[in-house]
Design a binder for this molecule. Structure first.
Ligand SMILES: [Zn+2]
Length: 67
């Protein structure tokens, strides 16, 4: 007798059977998985770009490696 573990879908709270056949674990369905992935993607979008440098500060004074 196999004891199937059940978890709650992080997205909608529905019971999810923790079995290898369920490839959407820990989500209950592909839809919930996609929603979560979408949330992650939008979080990623907020990562600041490295374009913050002032345009006028390109050459540091006093240090010329090339003449
Ligand atoms: Zn769900």
């Amino acid at each position: 007798m196999a004891h199937v573990r059940t978890v709650k879908c992080p997205q909608c709270g529905a019971p999810v059977r923790w079995v290898p056949e369920n490839r959407f674990r820990p989500f209950c369905s592909e839809r919930c998985k996609q929603i979560d992935l979408g949330a992650w993607a939008s979080e990623d979008y907020r990562v600041p770009t490295s374009d913050e440098g002032d345009p006028g500060e390109q050459s540091p004074p006093g240090r010329s490696s090339q003449d």
